[in-house]
Design a binder for this molecule. Structure first.
Ligand code: S3P
Length: 431
């Protein structure tokens, strides 16, 4: 467990960076590449711990995968080529690896066991094991398959129409991936549209996917063909520097080649509504995913209300939005965000506990947070804690930049899950 002295009291943030590749897209590129026929190449892959867990799991399933920095080659095995591993599959801290792999393994006639870290052991897996069982998958595990360790004996699957109670791309993707291997047409309907990278990327791999509002349908038995995937910068990583540029004094930051998929851009809508000076340039489409460059400058912010169908479009950004709210004038209300309780940590609690240490005026509610701004955050000999959650760790490191004093971050290594170069980028931009 490492403790890190954080940079505080910066004079400004200026310059240009390219944030690492998108985590959701990097996972899917490896997974779909493994299931495709032929060699898939992945460019600007996120070599963070979560995506490395996905690579390691597929290597254990007999897929040849080579990586050099952010370039990856996957020798696809086709839909029926995965081999039974000798050991257990370790998903580390990664919910996406666990849930999407369950969907894949449900249809493969081998036995596998999935384990992960202490955080994964607390995350609800019933939301995928229940629908996958109704397709015919044999899955067992702790508390009747609600939690890891989980073991899967895959086999023949039948199609279903699943109405998911939550807007979750991990649930939707697990069912689509099982549906690709099932007899007939599998459908998933969600209450609001969650991120749609699976739908977009499966089409890039040659599959036909039908999308009708919040329902996605897939015909079983379709073959995937290898392709080249160019991974855009992760907007969820960019969010930390968008916020930093808006709240730090004398700042102007340019973030190049950031993914702007509309199912992920809730943070841009929120920043604009709060009054941030944010511009998007060089917009284009790469590999079926919109991307562009973002410029943000020091801004006067005001509090807003965030809820409803906006929540799935910014669910991972709520920790950093909470920090923004402490620096905005007036009240910010975040509601309809119960899902925060089942992320890498209970983010309603961890956001409130840690920002309160810095003097923020923040209250937890059953489905979100209420933050009263603006407060000058203080960090006189404060030790903050990531709680092992990468996004809490990065939010606190950005908070430190606008405090004066002395601030240490416990469990700072969690940041490697999604943004290994995070502190280098803070350094590059700091004056
Ligand atoms: C992800 C979906 C989201 C998100 C997670 C990545 C994905 O989770 O929070 O970081 O890659 O599909 P849910 O699907 O559980 O909302």
């Amino acid at each position: 467990m490492s403790e890190r002295q954080l940079q505080t009291n910066i004079k400004g943030l200026t310059g240009e960076i390219e944030v690492p590749g998108d985590k959701s897209i990097s996972h899917r590129a490896v997974m779909f590449g493994a299931l495709a026929e032929g060699k898939t190449t992945i460019h600007h892959f996120l070599a963070g711990e979560d995506c490395l867990s996905t690579i390691a799991c597929f290597q254990q399933l007999g897929v040849a995968i080579r990586r050099e920095g952010d370039y990856v080659e996957v020798d696809g095995k086709g839909l029926h080529g995965l081999k039974e591993p000798i050991g257990v599959l370790d998903v580390g801290n990664s919910g996406t690896t666990t849930r999407l792999m369950l969907g894949i393994l449900a249809g493969v006639p081998i036995h596998t066991t999935l384990i992960g870290d202490d955080s994964i052991a607390k995350r609800p897996m019933g939301r995928v094991t229940v629908p996958l069982r109704s397709m015919g998958a044999k899955i067992d595990g702790r508390e009747h398959g609600q939690f890891t360790p989980l073991s899967v004996r895959g086999g023949e699957l039948k199609s279903i129409h699943y109405h998911s109670p939550v807007a979750s791309a991990q649930v939707k993707s697990a069912i689509i991936l099982a549906g690709l291997q099932a007899q007939g047409i599998t459908k998933v309907t969600e209450p609001f549209t969650s991120r749609d990278h699976t739908e977009r990327m499966l089409q890039a791999f040659g599959a036909t996917i039908d999308i009708d509002q919040t329902t996605v349908s897939v015909q079983g038995g379709q073959r995937l063909k290898a392709t080249a995937v160019y991974v855009p910068g992760d907007i969820s990583s960019a969010a930390f520097f968008l916020a930093a540029g808006a709240i730090a004094p004398n700042s102007c930051i340019v973030l190049k080649n950031v993914g702007l998929n509309p199912t992920r851009t809730g943070i841009i809508d929120v920043l604009k509504q709060m009054g941030a000076q944010l511009t998007i340039t060089n917009e284009r489409v790469q590999n079926g995913e919109p991307i562009g460059d973002l410029t943000v400058e020091t801004s006067e912010l005001k509090g807003i209300e965030i809820g409803g169908d906006l929540i799935p479009r910014l669910i991972d950004e709520i920790p950093i939005i909470s920090l923004l709210a402490t620096q905005a004038h007036g009240k910010t209300v975040i509601k309809d965000a119960e899902e925060l309780k089942v992320k890498e940590t209970n983010r309603i609690d961890t956001v409130a506990i840690e920002l309160t240490k810095l003097g923020a005026d923040i209250t937890t509610t059953a489905d979100g947070l209420i933050i009263q701004g603006r407060t000058s955050l203080v960090s006189e000999h404060v030790q903050v804690d990531s709680h092992g959650d990468h996004r809490i760790g990065m939010m606190l490191a950005i908070a430190a930049l606008v405090t004066s004093g002395d601030m240490k971050l416990k469990r700072s290594e969690a940041i490697h899950v999604s943004y290994p170069q995070f502190f280098e980028h803070v350094e590059v931009l700091s004056q």
